[in-house]
Design a protein around this ligand. Sequence first.
Ligand SMILES: [Cu+2]
Length: 341
Amino acid sequence: MKTKTKEITPTPGINKTGRTRLAAIFRWPLFLALLILPQMVQAQWTATVGAETDDKAIAALAFLPNEIWIHAGDRITWTFQADEPHTVTFLMAGQVRPDPAVGCPGFSSDPATFDGSTCVTTPLMVTGQTFTVIFPAAGNFKLTCLMHVNMDGRIHVLAANEPLPHTQAFYDNQAASQSDELLSDGQKDMHGPHGVPNSPLGVMAGFAEITGTAGGTSTIVGVRFSHENIRIHAGQTVEWDNPGPLFPHTITFGTEPVDLRNPSPDVTVDPDGARHAIIASTSDSTHSGFIIQAFQERRGLPQLPLGVTRFRVTFPNPGIFPYICAIHDELGMVGQVTVTP
Ligand SMILES: [Cu+2]
């Protein structure tokens, strides 16, 4: 730098004093940066999103860990670890939750910066993808997934002079133990009292459980039919029950319809509100529509109608009748009804 400055031929209009002043202006920011650098070391933190069992039967819809304390200026990189898609989202205070397909609106570039003034969201992301958020300002921020209503966490961004309670190693251990706990809870649910159907010829269609820590809520979800191959006699009726909150399942025989939400035209409603179909031939197509409980009530709002949680099918004739949950078949949620004379 010095050599170069010396080589510059004095230009008319800029005298020696002017050059010195300019050089000083350029030196000052560097000096200031060196002064404040020790407090501004921007730490890189890591966390994970989602977990699932190897067979994909049980998924933990969770930020792991779901509560992290960092300093202003630090960044967190989230790695997605599930085939069930999630988002990393920070909305503005009071912002209406948008649809995951729309973004908040739109999607943030990676790395994103969040200080509470503009929302940040990823699109739906799955195993192996990562996303980084930089937090320049102190504040307590809610981390959420736009896909799942009971999946959130909180990020505490503290001023540089505040002590941090935990290290990255602590969060790594916490993420692993929370993941293990959620998935083993799921195993217990799948084979415990939640797995007992209403009818002796019943099949449980998945399960879900909402759980929480002081950092936020997580959801455990199971995507299997409890009796993947149920055997009945001609004329009998099988009943599918969805015992869990939040997650719709379908019982779909034959061709998958475009609109999964509504039942196929052949489906009737029993006096107790359960949907009911008759499948006479293995070439019949029948679709239950969404089998799901109503969302949780909220005080001060009109009560929600009952959700349709049961689907029944009567099989007058023998045969082998494979079916799927049209939402979760790719995760292995499929079954079969074997009807003998
Ligand atoms: Cu399903």
